[in-house]
Write a protein that binds this ligand. Sequence first.
Ligand code: ADP
Ligand code: MG
Length: 470
Amino acid sequence: MGAGASLENLPDKVDEAKAKEIFGDNFDQAKFDAAKAEDGTITKDQLLEALKKPADDGAAASAAPAPGAAPAEEADAWWLTAGEVDEANPRNTDEFKYRTYKERPPMVHTSEGGKHKSLMCKHLTPELFEKLKDAKTPKGYTLSSAIQTGVMTPHLGVGITAGDEESWEVFKEILYPVIQGWHGFDPNTQKHTSDLDANNLNMTPEQVEKFNKYVASTRIRAARNVSGFSLPAGATAEERAGVAKVLQEAFGKFEGEMKGTYYDLGSMTDEQKEDLRSNGFLFQKPKPTNLLTYCGAARSWPNDRGIFHNDARQILCWVNEEDHCRIISMSKDGDVKSVFARFAALSDGIKTSVESGGSKFQFSETLGFLGTCASNLGTGLRASVMIKLEKLNENVELLEKICAKFDLQPRGSAGEHSAAVGAKWDISNKQRIGFSEVQLVQKMIDGVDKLIGLEEKLAAGGELVEGTDY
Ligand code: ADP
Ligand code: MG
């Protein structure tokens, strides 16, 4: 939150200058403009409401707070200065320094009345911390680096990052329980499975019609990381540039409908960025509440980050955001099967292309595709629809509960931890591993189908009964 502007004695109407003073760096012009009255002010209540929402949400807007939102005003919290700065870390930059924790930081899990919500906090006992604290991957990633973002950002659900593919083995005693807690997948007994055949998906013409009525757009994405290079949380500038080079060469070999152009983030104009962001095509610069900031993955922004898209903008690839590459298939309708077919073609196409250049993706028989976050292992697949749920939006807690029952994950309209502006929600599968790609997309189709049914029931004046409706 912005400079400690006093909230006492606030006038009933707050003008732009005052809102800027209160929100500081988090002031969001677009949201202020959308919320302001004809006289150019927002009400005190709107402002106080917006302050309760995550920093990502910016100024006042008629938006439901998102699940997993970061609490405001924690500027002097102990977790921001716990441990010591690791001055000798060669990956430090002027704006980011890795930290070292000599003992387990005094995080207390939310289930025990503490502030830290993550599975890392829950499973990292003092004994396990002692056991792993001096472990290091061959590329130099440590337990301290892995937990830094989870220590410094208490609202995160996972709270631990991998800095390279070896982290998944070196830190598995903490990572496996986190994987199990997030996905319900036990790496000790289960194996990653894959099915990329769109013909195995079931979506009836009636369902397509229903989706087209409610869904503004569909998006299916997965993470892919290039073997041999550290992941963004641990990468040196040379590694980051190396990854961008491998991927750009791969995009250059795409043919037919997949053919397109790569745009370097640092050289893009503001108009280009805004155009891509307003369509949900491009990632945002990570804010402090995003897991990327305190794990070091946002260092030297925007160097060697970028986006590839084909001419129809249905196939997109992000470079060096949370993972080396996010492969994405999108469409402005609810025809999930076609979006998945294009996703599968992209998954195959980029694999072939990267391998023809002598590289390969990070992959393990047990954990599937490896990446930065335990929440994106295995298939790494997140199939989402952007959907307006006006009735369910009136009770976000209920929406969250229903989503949890259907193995769905609700996010706000501008990505993880953002608010649902205009009752628009991003609803996707929650798991990424333990099920094949087809099974996960099927879970999303079936779950969203039920969610639409519940929305319609509420709109018709009905009530939802736990145990019967969800
Ligand atoms: P991910 O981690 O899957 O990349 P994020 O939550 O970081 O997703 O969001 C990335 C961007 O993609 C955001 O701008 C978000 O609004 C957009 N997005 C996600 N799902 C959809 C969708 N179905 N339609 C349009 N945009 C979407
Ligand atoms: Mg993301």
